[in-house]
Structures are given as C-alpha cells and as structure tokens.
Design a protein around this ligand. Structure first.
Ligand code: C2E
Ligand code: SIN
Ligand code: SIN
Ligand code: SIN
Ligand code: FE
Ligand code: FE
Length: 365
C-alpha cells in the first residue's frame, strides 16, 4: 500500500509549518521528531546529526529531560544506516548483533523495533540518520520506511541551512567573546568583568520585558561595550592615578573607536554591539559623551549596559580606584537615578538586586 498523495501533502504541510516557524535547530530537532513519531505511530523518533569533527552522531532528546546524546558514527543501527546510506528495518533489536545497547541504558529505555533512514544533504552527503523506535502496533513496514524517507528528504533541505547557521553562530559567538576579552587584556580587567556586565544587562532586559531572543543578544553584545579601549594607549589605560583633562579627552574616544571596530551593516549582532559601544557613556540627562544624547535618544540597550557597566566598575578594583561595597555602589545608582541613568531601569535593577548579587557572587574575579 503506497501513501496517498493527500496524506503526503498533509504531512509536508505540517512539517513545513514547524520548520518555517523556527530556525533554531536545537528546538527544531525535537519538534520534527515528535511530529514524525505521531505520523508513524512510533513510540520515539529522533534525528541524529553527523558531527564530522568527532565521527559521532548526536541528537537532542525531547522526551523527559532535554539532553544531548552522542554515539560513535560506526556503532548501532543508526551508525549502520549512516555508513551504508541505506534504510534499516529491525524487528527485534536485542537479537540484532549490530544493535548498540548503550543508548537504551542511558535513556532507561527498551528498544524493540527500529526504523532508521539516512538523511541526505543537497550535495549527496549523508547528514545524519532519522530514526524511529518501537512501532505501537507490530513492526515497521515498507510503507513506514517510504513515509520516513519522504519526510527525511523534505526536512534535510531546510536542515542543511539550519546546520550551517548553527555552525556560523557558534563561531561568531566565539569570535565575539574573544573580541570582548581583547580589550580586557589591555585594561587588565578580568574576563569576568565583561561576563558580569552581560548578565547584569540580561537581568534588566528580561524584567524590562524584552523577549528571550533579545535578552540573549544583549547578554552577548553588552560585554563588548569597551572593545574600543584596545585603541587607547597603555600609559592612559593603566595609569594608577587620576587622569589629566587631556588624558581623559583621549579616553573619551573609546566609544567611537569601539563603534567603528564593531559596526557591520550585514550583521544584526554587530550592529547592536556597535551601538552599545558608542552610547554606553551617554547619560540620561544629556551630559554624557561622545554625543551628549539625552533620554530615549540613547538606545535602550546602551541605557541598560550603562547601569551594568558602572555598577560593575564601582564594585571592582581598578588601577585608579579601590573596589566599592555593593551598598556604596547602589547609593550611587540611586543618586544618579534620572541624572546619569534611566530611572525606570534603575528601579528594575534595584528590584532585581537578588538576581544581580547571585551573578556578583558566582562570577567573582
Ligand atoms: P571603567 O573603569 O570601566 O569605568 C566605567 C564607568 O564607571 C566610568 O565611566 C564611571 O562612569 C564609572 N566609575 C568608575 N569608577 C568610578 C569612581 O570611582 N567614581 C564614580 N563616580 N564613577 C566611577 P567614565 O568616568 O566615563 O570613565 C571611562 C573609563 O575611563 C573608565 O572605565 C576607565 O577606564 C577610565 N578612567 C576614568 N577615570 C579614570 C582615572 O581617574 N584614572 C584612570 N587611570 N582611568 C580612568
Ligand atoms: C542503535 O541505533 O542501535 C541505538 C538505537 C537507540 O536509539 O536505542
Ligand atoms: C535572565 O533571566 O536572563 C537573567 C539571568 C542571568 O543573566 O543569568
Ligand atoms: C558619529 O557621529 O561620529 C558616528 C555616527 C553616529 O553618531 O551615528
Ligand atoms: Fe567604557
Ligand atoms: Fe566597562
């Protein structure tokens, strides 16, 4: 019995909706797994993605705890389907010598029947394996195999892009972290400083009501606010005492240096990072630098980062100052509420001081 064209269409529509709604592969894997499980009438369904670097297949399990499982790419039925690039149907897993019991042990599960279909990329490369376990009534049939193959072909096209995006995101994240610390090395601040500023900013962003994606972007970009200090002479940057007017004038160039260093019109993260770098020393009352912007002329992200940055600078030791106590720092924030800082954001920071202090303790220098 072949699958009717109508049924095929319905399946593709459901999958298409899931894929277009979410480009994040970590969320997409479990979603597609669950949809496919229902379509096949299986108990579990997972997509294994090949990791070329480690010769492994990994998957994200949605059932129960959110966990990543990794298996060698030459072991088990999944590995066999991957290496042979052929569909595998197993009717009695524990009596199949190829079956790898490790995964069952890890997930506390008893596999009986398996259907494993290779996931083909656009260029003919095998990207991974689509696997269904324990058909609810009986065993997996050729019709099930045909269905899963259809789904696999359909999702793999969209997938290759998502995989690429994932790789780019992780290398971008690393690059960004490196950039944030580059300025610190010069400044003799610790990498904890930039991390804390990211987390403090995320706390304010969250309770201001930003959506989680925006919060993550803020957590990633706020740490780069001082990237422009790379361009400032060590003589000034590491001076143990107070800066002369001339030295401070030079110092005030670090926001624009940072902006020019980071700005990239094709990259939304870098656009955000650049605007934070440029505006993190602007003040709510218009008396900041470099442009003397006032109130909401200053981007929300920069207004948030300014509070996180000053709180962290005050509570940290610098070549030119001792570390202040938390109470002393909070007194300054209150004093500067509506002057240096956005009053609404100061209130949020004070309201959430418990969360702030958790980060303060966790990420101590
Ligand atoms: P930073 O050390 O990261 O400080 C960031 C911001 O925290 C400062 O921005 C300021 O708003 C606040 N802040 C830090 N320490 C104090 C303090 O002791 N009292 C008060 N009221 N606020 C403080 P600002 O002033 O625009 O300075 C920007 C950067 O210029 C500083 O970054 C630091 O690298 C440098 N800097 C500022 N003043 C001095 C200084 O007297 N000596 C040296 N060597 N560097 C300085
Ligand atoms: C295997 O492919 O042999 C492991 C199957 C499983 O996920 O339990
Ligand atoms: C948040 O909810 O995003 C703040 C907590 C943190 O920064 O780790
Ligand atoms: C500048 O003003 O120097 C850079 C551009 C801007 O402020 O938006
Ligand atoms: Fe700064
Ligand atoms: Fe800073």
């Amino acid at each position: 019995m072949a699958i009717s064209a109508e049924k095929q269409l319905e399946i593709l529509l459901r999958l298409g909706k899931a894929i277009s709604k979410d480009k994040d592969i970590d969320r997409l894997l479990p979603t597609i797994g669950e949809l496919t499980r229902d379509i096949l009438g299986a108990d579990r369904c997972s997509i294994f993605i090949h990791d070329r670097l480690h010769n492994e297949l990994w998957t994200k399990v949605a059932h129960g705890m959110e966990e990543v499982i990794r298996i060698p790419d030459n072991k088990g039925i999944a590995g066999f389907a991957f290496l042979s690039n052929e569909i595998q149907i197993v009717v009695d897993a524990y009596n199949d010598f190829r079956f790898n019991q490790e995964v069952d042990k890890k997930t506390n599960y008893q596999t009986k029947t398996i259907l494993a279909v290779p996931l083909m990329g656009n260029s003919g490369e095998v990207l991974g394996v689509f696997q269904a376990l324990n058909k609810n009534d009986g065993i997996f049939t050729n019709v099930d195999a045909e269905l899963l193959e259809l789904i696999a072909n359909y999702v793999s096209a969209g997938f290759e892009n998502a995989l690429l995006v994932r790789e780019l995101q992780s290398s971008r994240r690393k690059l960004i972290e490196k950039l944030s610390t580059a300025a610190e090395f010069k400044d003799e601040e610790t990498s904890m400083h930039t991390k804390r500023v990211g987390h403090y900013s995320a706390i304010m962003g969250t309770h201001y009501g930003l959506d989680p994606d925006e919060v993550e972007k803020l957590r990633l970009t706020a740490p780069m606010h001082d990237a422009g200090k790379i361009g400032i002479e060590d003589m000034i940057l590491k001076k143990p005492g107070k800066l002369t007017d001339e030295e401070f004038t030079r110092m005030k160039e670090h926001p624009m240096i940072g902006y020019e260093l980071l700005f990239d019109p094709d990259d939304d993260l870098l656009i955000m990072a650049a605007s934070i770098a440029k505006e993190h020393h602007e003040k709510w009352n218009g008396k900041g630098y470099p442009h003397g912007l006032k109130g909401e002329e200053i981007s929300l992200y920069a207004r948030i980062t300014a509070i996180a940055d000053v709180f962290d600078a005050l509570t940290s030791e610098r070549p030119y100052k001792r570390a202040w106590s938390v109470d002393e720092a909070l007194d300054l924030l209150k004093k500067e509420r509506g002057e240096h800082f956005d009053p609404v954001l100061v209130d949020i920071f004070l309201d959430r001081i418990d969360e702030v202090l958790e980060i303060y303790e966790q990420l101590k220098d």
